[in-house]
Ligand binder design. Structure first.
Ligand code: GLA
Length: 384
């Protein structure tokens, strides 16, 4: 953070009025459950985005991205201008979402720095929204609860960018805890508890380096399918509101009331909610092998039921079953490309990652990037 503040000072000639850091996140179990008001086990990673700003007169906001050197700007006097094709769209979106909630804002000079890989499935956009949100609120003397700050970030995606995502990414970036996973309930929108990472194991992230170009539209279609399933279930079980309320037995009862596709989507979400709760029980008993098995089951369900996997992600997960040291692997996040997470014995992690990457390259010709992850704390303001 210190170097970042120094870079800001040498670029703008003044110190920032506020600066914040927000991490990327990993979804450990609980795929596409958040917008179904279900459960998720997730964590924040050390890789983070930094955002700092100083207010200026007028309505023009300038942003420099120190990673790329890109200088961007937007005008608060033109709130309806279409989102820019660069990172400033997340910042303008966050400003608009915060203003909608009552923040008074002038123009500003801002800067971004980040170590979160872009578009890989570690929520670089949520990290930027949250870091910007924390710093903007501090600079313009406004405050929201952490959960409402996450909702403002979600609003950027839902309203401003048209991606109907849930709250998971921003929520994990805010509430993450060092060396722990968080078990979250997206009905009450709270962290139910933290769950320690099994001792002696690391999370290895391996990026397939391939992403479907229809990620956002596919995501929205999956959400629609889940809503259709939930509506059908409510007709049969009036007390159920979303797929979070549905058991396997209930879903099976309704099998002939929905298309095969919609049934499989619902099966995935119901299965994921169950696996999240089961994973906490297994970890409490110290059953790390059982925990890892759930990762493989989760991936299989993504592949077969939710159809949000890709041949590349499937291959990385297949490799996890044969390369020694790994207890479980799955795609993490929205899917349709991006990353896989692997639960690996810490001492075996570097060699494991190298071997998987080498085998992946042999088959696909693609050089996969990997990270042996450290689990970090959630977002924070920098105290000058
Ligand atoms: C993306 C979305 C989240 C969540 C995950 C899937 O990361 O932004 O809200 O739905 O996909 O679990």
């Amino acid at each position: 953070m210190k170097d970042f503040i120094e870079k800001f000072r040498s670029h703008y000639g003044v110190l920032p009025a506020a600066a914040a850091r927000a991490p990327g996140r990993l979804e450990i179990l609980g795929n596409h459950t958040d917008y179904n008001e279900g459960f998720v086990l997730s964590c924040a990673v050390e890789q983070s985005t930094f955002f700092a700003l100083v207010p200026v007169e007028g309505t023009v906001c300038k942003v420099i991205d120190f990673r790329s050197g890109d200088q961007m700007s937007f005008d608060l006097g033109e709130p309806d201008a279409p989102p820019a094709r660069n990172g400033s769209k997340y910042i303008k979106g966050m400003v608009l979402e915060l203003m909608k909630r009552g923040m008074k804002c002038s123009g500003f000079n801002a800067a971004i720095e980040s170590t979160v890989p872009l578009s890989a499935g570690m929520s670089s956009s949520a990290a930027l929204e949250v870091a910007a949100g924390f710093a903007l609120m501090k600079a313009f003397d406004f405050s929201l609860s952490p959960a409402d700050t996450a909702r403002a970030g979600q609003g950027v995606e839902n309203i401003y960018l048209g991606l109907k995502s849930g709250l998971l990414d921003q929520f994990s970036s805010i509430f993450g805890k060092k060396n722990a996973m968080i078990l979250s309930d997206f009905r009450s929108v709270e962290v139910l508890r933290t769950v320690s990472l099994p001792e002696g194991y690391s999370i290895v992230v391996i990026n397939s380096m391939k992403k479907h170009n229809l990620v956002d539209s596919e995501y929205n279609v999956r959400r629609q399918d889940c809503e259709e399933a939930a509506q059908i279930m409510t007709q049969i079980f009036p007390d159920s509101k979303t797929l979070r309320d549905i058991s396997w037995e209930q879903l099976n009862c309704a099998r002939d009331r929905m298309s095969d596709r919609v049934f499989r989507r619902a099966l995935h979400v119901v299965g994921e909610c169950t696996r999240v709760i089961e994973s906490v029980r297994l970890l409490e008993k110290g059953d790390v092998a059982g925990f890892g098995k759930l990762w493989f089951e989760s991936h299989e369900s993504s592949k077969v039921n939710f159809e949000n996997s890709t041949p590349e992600l499937d291959y990385l997960v297949e490799l996890a079953k044969s390369v020694p040291g790994c207890l479980g692997a799955r795609l993490s996040g929205g899917g349709f490309g991006g990353i896989t997470v692997h639960l690996v014995k810490t001492e075996a992690a570097p060699e494991y990652a190298e071997r998987v990457a080498a085998a992946y390259k042999l088959k696909t010709g693609i050089q996969a990037e990997y990270i042996i992850c450290s689990v970090g704390n959630g977002a924070e303001l920098y105290n000058f």
